[in-house]
Design a protein around this ligand. Structure first.
Ligand SMILES: Nc1ncnc2c1ncn2[C@@H]1O[C@H](COP(=O)(O)OP(=O)(O)OP(=O)(O)O)[C@@H](O)[C@H]1O
Length: 262
């Protein structure tokens, strides 16, 4: 698929991108262009490369070919501190700093902006306060992270990324440990953040139906076509129909949902 690269309107672009480990490509020919103010989901079956793609987008691992650009500039040309002011990432790895309070962990999001002593300015404090209240963590802010449930901790990690206040936020499976209400709440919040603050928000998920309803764009990794576009465009292209074996699950394009084949 041809996508417009390196325009000033796109924050994150991939052209003919290959991802993987060592010399082994997991997925190839990935193309997309994400604009400010858009919520994008990366979907696909287990092991297809969603997390690998997300980590590659955040420069946590190198790509294996093609071009990946942030605001029109190759990602590899950014200095680490410069990139951490553009991209924040929430990964699934357990955090090492569970001894910190919620407030202290969210405050770490301001690290790219503070001086070497880590002194917080009034702006830093306000961003931390806003992030905590957006994720409804006010009552938990003085608790230690080891005292939290997995779902509460996940909200804290998202708050840390919000506090970092970057133009791009990348989240690996941000809804995994959450119940249905909190899944929808987080995704609606990510959508609202993207739309109101003009950030580019990208997340991996297995919640394909929710992504179809809530996202502006989707990247569907299938090992062949690697679709990209608006959910309705992907439905029109029948992108979801061959995702799972049809004798087990089928996709209903009218409702945008999956049905168990009985
Ligand atoms: N550190 C690693 N070194 C080598 N191969 C890896 C590494 N991490 C993952 N892989 C492999 O890369 C492939 C893609 O893994 P990845 O975690 O990106 O998939 P995913 O789509 O996020 O999967 P899931 O839906 O199960 O979370 C898998 O085959 C996996 O075994």
């Amino acid at each position: 698929m041809a996508v417009a690269l390196h325009t000033k309107h796109n924050t994150l672009t991939a052209a003919n991108l290959s991802i993987g480990y060592g010399k082994k490509a997991i997925a190839e020919n990935i193309n997309f262009a994400l604009a400010p103010g858009e919520l994008t989901a990366i979907v696909g079956i287990n092991g297809i490369g969603k997390s690998t793609l997300l980590r590659t987008l955040g420069n946590a691992q190198p790509d294996l070919g093609g071009c990946l650009a942030v605001k029109g500039k190759p990602i590899v040309s950014y200095a680490p501190l410069e990139l951490s002011a553009e991209i924040s990432m929430v990964l699934t790895e357990p955090i090492a700093s569970k001894n910190l309070s919620v407030l202290e962990l969210v405050a770490l999001g301001r690290q790219p902006y503070t001086n070497w002593l880590g002194t917080l300015t009034d702006t830093d404090k306000q961003k931390i306060k806003d992030a905590i209240s957006s994720l409804e963590l006010d009552e938990l802010q003085h608790k230690k992270c080891y005292e939290l449930s997995d779902g509460q901790l996940q909200r804290v990690m998202v708050a840390r990324a919000f506090a970092q206040d970057t133009s791009i936020i990348l989240l690996d499976e941000p809804t995994t440990h959450l119940d249905l209400y909190h899944k929808i709440q987080i995704l609606k919040l990510l959508r609202s953040i993207a739309h109101t603050t003009q950030k580019t928000v990208v997340f991996t998920t297995h919640e394909i139906e929710m992504a179809i309803q809530l996202c502006d764009k989707m990247v569907l990794l299938d090992g062949k076509n690697n679709y990209f576009g608006q959910p309705c465009e992907l439905i029109e292209q029948k992108a979801f129909e061959s995702l799972f074996p049809s004798d087990t699950v089928s996709f209903d394009p009218k409702t945008g949902s999956f049905r168990i084949t009985k």
